[in-house]
Design a protein around this ligand. Structure first.
Ligand code: ADP
Ligand code: MG
Length: 451
């Protein structure tokens, strides 16, 4: 068996043991470089971050498969492809302005998609694996398997990236398909404008030509009744004609306030996937990918410092990296851990993040699309009572305030009312997993708001 055949046979087995998404991400461009005299297989991978990732996650499975095909083989090692490592050497600290930032914007005027978002530059870990696999599947078979596809997750965790990558991939596979990406807010404005000018029929006609409609951040539909109605009709038309619809939101359909029931049930009618928070290893992989893409070399300990301190937002990871790059460019020096700590001081808050009453109140009110003053007043509507209890719960949990002091913030409510509210939320949390998700999303926003 030649080394090429051995690698083919290995990959053929491997792809059944790991998810399709991970297989595509990590094993493209790999090969067996050689097999040494003492039966060690030397596997070439395209870059450093792929090397580390594969070594950490897949080395054992690969060795097992290779060994089952060629029993002589007892060990494997990974090396970085030569062409690439030469390039890596050259790039040490050679940073120029064009490479500086991640926002090399090329937007396709028809689809509205930016070419910078691809599956190839998207890191997959357990936090987003399901969403990635669903998007991948949809891109291979638009309009047939998961329709609509609904992706949700907190701020800066890759929803827009994933949606746009899916659109780009579809255009790649089917250049004749009409793909349209739009932010919900833009889409709402377009609908409102067209209603005003009596041109809604025109807009609908244009939309009906589309094969794939991607709408980002649909939580903004909350409370926009007329728009929801028009969108409902557009949605039905596209859906009935097997056109693919892909949606994202910062929360699951159930938790979007002020949205018509029939629209919510449409959102829930296909596949719903969430994106969680990346673990440390994945955050490192993301940082390494970004360094790679931007031809930057940073010390391992600096990357580890960023990855351990920025945990819940990939956009902030990128932001931290940007700052270091700019600093190193201006000062023409390699960044040490001490430099990094100084430069990122106000981005990386102390390990225990802090917040305050106003932020909690504001965040909860905006999450549920209600007024802050209604939360504070004695309004007894169901839509208000739960958010009010949640504010009380957060004041207790996050700020460790006493029951009487919380009560005073709510027009002098008795401390037993506050106690009851906190108990009530704790009880609901045990019964209702979606409430748990909801509170996590709110908590994430509370802390990103007060950064
Ligand atoms: P969201 O829409 O959920 O707020 P974005 O898609 O805008 O988040 O992601 C924020 C930034 O992080 C973008 O620059 C995006 O390219 C990057 N990013 C997010 N997820 C990943 C990932 N899994 N791998 C690589 N980059 C990512
Ligand atoms: Mg987004």
């Amino acid at each position: 068996m030649t080394k090429e055949e051995l690698w083919q046979a290995t990959l053929a087995q491997l792809q059944f043991q790991i998810s399709k998404a991970n297989f595509a991400t990590w094993f493209k461009g790999t090969k067996i470089a050689s097999i040494s005299k003492d039966n060690e297989v030397i596997i070439e991978v395209p870059n450093t971050f792929a090397k580390e990732w594969i070594e950490n996650k897949y080395k054992d499975i690969i060795l097992k498969i290779v060994h089952s095909i060629e029993p002589n083989i007892k060990s494997i090692v990974f090396i970085i492809s030569k062409e690439k490592s030469k390039k890596e050497e050259e790039k040490v600290n050679k940073i120029n302005e064009n490479q500086l930032l991640f926002s090399d914007l090329k937007i396709n005027p028809i689809s509205n998609l930016s070419s910078k978002y691809t599956f190839e530059n998207f890191i997959v870990g357990s936090f987003n694996e399901l969403a990635y696999a669903a998007c991948w599947a949809v891109s291979e078979n638009p309009g047939t398997i998961y329709n609509p596809l609904f992706i949700y997750g907190g701020v800066g965790l890759g929803k827009t990236h994933l949606l746009q990558a899916t659109g780009n991939k579809i255009l790649n596979l089917w250049p004749n398909k009409k793909v349209k990406y739009t932010q919900a807010e833009e889409f709402i404005t377009a609908i409102v404008e067209n209603i005003k000018n009596n041109e809604i029929a025109n807009l609908k006609k244009k939309l009906k030509d589309i094969d794939v409609l991607i709408i980002d951040d649909v939580q903004f539909f909350a409370g926009k009744d007329k728009t929801q109605e028009e969108f409902f009709h557009i949605f039905n038309y596209l859906y009935q004609n097997q056109k693919q619809i892909i949606l994202s939101s910062d929360r699951p359909p159930k938790a979007i306030p002020a949205i018509e029931e029939r629209l919510r049930s449409r959102f829930e009618g296909g596949m719903i996937c969430d994106i969680g928070i990346p673990d440390f290893e994945t955050r490192m992989a993301i940082l390494k990918l970004k360094c790679e893409q931007n031809n930057i070399n940073l010390m391992q300990e600096v990357l580890e410092y960023i990855a351990s301190n920025i945990q819940t937002n990939i956009r902030e990871l990128e932001g931290a990296l940007n700052r270091l790059v700019i600093y190193s460019k201006i000062n023409k020096k390699e960044i040490t851990l001490e430099d990094a700590k100084k430069i990122l001081e106000n981005l990386i808050s102390s390990p225990k993040k802090t917040t305050d009453f106003q932020t909690i109140l504001k965040t909860v009110a905006s999450f549920y699309n209600i007024k802050e003053e209604d939360i504070l007043k004695n309004v007894r509507l169901k839509e208000i009572v739960k958010p009010r209890q949640i504010v009380m719960y957060f004041l207790r949990e996050e700020l460790k305030e006493s029951y009487p002091s919380i009560g005073r913030k709510f027009k002098g409510k008795d401390h037993t009312t506050v106690m009851y509210a906190c108990k009530q939320i704790e009880k609901l949390l045990k019964e209702d997993p979606t409430l748990n998700q909801e509170l996590n999303l709110i908590r994430q926003r509370i802390y990103s708001a007060s950064l």
